[in-house]
Design a protein around this ligand. Structure first.
Ligand code: PLP
Length: 364
């Protein structure tokens, strides 16, 4: 037998990221800033590759979660790009954060007091965004906090007043309008003259009222459907193909994998694929998922192991599956959202869990 040098391959289509950016940008119009969330290493797809492409496409404002993520992408961005740090001043460390021009999102009274002290020390107004909570109850100031911060706010050059939607992927969810109204009220109450930022991916598709001056989509750029239950307007960005390591004939009564959870019901052929839960392929998929061989569905049988899963290819003899042949995990037959649903989660978690054991190809 000849061994083929074939590795699990994750293809990231940068041209699709470009077209998704164009679609979002067109959707909001040229008077709205289309910034992009590139936190968590651009949702697992590799920020240092994705970010320069977005810049080339016209994107100038980027959101990360941690200060360290800002330092990582700053290296691949020209000086006219702006990086916002959602976790604000946490981990901002020394003055390098300020020297680089990173903009912290200030989420609490403590953040604001700490950063206004910094501004005093530096003897200048520091650029910041102010985050108001309108119903997520996760991060951000409450309206009740406003009276305590009025004075400190004068230490800042406020780039945006922002809030974050909880249910934006569900167009008909009453919480969207509730948050919009609460946000409008809060903007007035805060009384800071600054541009406004509200919409994530779903928010872009909720309509003009939600766009304000800047939108901050993430998921949609990476091909995740921003509108639940509707046809995905975004183009798929990733394809994941995994080689077959071994093929085996099994008889009725045999079992497959850890815990002997799968009982073979009639003679068939199994293929062992070199991907497992260490690669983001969730163990929950037992008896639920499928992979695709030459476009044909093959059911996952038995438990997902750390580095392998087994699929039934007994019905695909005519396609002659061979060791080294590629099986599709994500691609035309199975989207990130499809796999998320089958795994009991969402596309976001599939992408950010993919791990680093694939050969990554950045195409387009
Ligand atoms: C992650 C995040 C976004 C992007 O959200 P998507 O649903 O991926 O579009 C925008 N704003 C904030 C505050 C976030 O945390």
């Amino acid at each position: 037998m000849k061994y083929k040098e074939i590795k699990p391959t994750l293809e990231i289509k940068l041209d699709k990221i470009s077209s998704n950016y164009n679609l979002l940008h067109e959707r909001v119009g040229s008077d709205v800033v289309c910034s992009i969330a590139v936190k968590a290493d651009a949702y697992g797809l590799g920020a240092v590759k994705v970010v320069p492409r977005l810049y080339k496409q016209g994107c100038r404002e980027f959101y990360v979660a941690y200060a360290d993520e800002a330092f990582a992408i700053e290296k691949v961005l020209p000086a006219d790009a702006t990086i916002f740090v959602l976790h604000g001043v946490y981990g901002s460390g020394g003055d390098e954060f300020i020297d680089k021009g990173f903009i912290p999102v200030l989420n609490s009274i403590d953040d604001i007091e700490y950063w206004s002290e910094k501004a005093k020390i530096h003897g200048k107004k520091l650029p910041v965004s102010i985050h108001i909570d309108t119903g997520m109850n996760r991060l951000g100031l409450s309206i009740n906090d406003f009276s305590d911060i009025k004075e400190s706010l004068s230490s800042f050059d406020v780039k945006y007043v922002m809030s974050h939607l909880a249910c934006s992927e569900d167009i008909s969810h009453p919480k969207n309008v509730e948050q919009l109204e609460k946000f409008r009220y809060a903007i007035d109450a805060l009384g800071v003259k600054a541009p406004i930022s509200f919409a994530n991916s779903g928010g872009v598709f909720l309509g003009k009222d939600y766009h304000f001056n800047q939108v901050r989509p993430g998921a949609a750029i990476y091909g995740i459907n921003p509108i639940e239950g509707k046809t995905n307007p975004m183009e798929s960005v990733v394809s994941l193909k995994i080689p077959i390591l071994q093929l085996r004939d099994v008889k009725k009564g045999e079992t497959v994998g850890y815990g002997a959870k799968y009982l073979v019901e009639s003679t068939t052929k199994l293929a062992t694929i070199s991907v497992g839960y260490a690669d983001g392929f969730l163990r929950y998929l037992l008896d639920r998922g499928n992979l695709y061989f030459k476009g044909q569905k093959c059911p996952i049988v038995g438990r997902v192991s750390m580095d392998t899963i087994v699929v039934d290819v007994g019905h695909l003899d005519a396609l002659e599956p061979k060791v080294g042949d590629m099986v599709e995990v994500l691609g035309n037959n199975q989207t990130v959202d499809d796999l998320g649903k089958k795994s009991g989660t969402i596309g976001y978690e599939i992408l950010t869990s993919l791990g680093n054991r694939y050969k990554r190809i950045y195409s387009g």
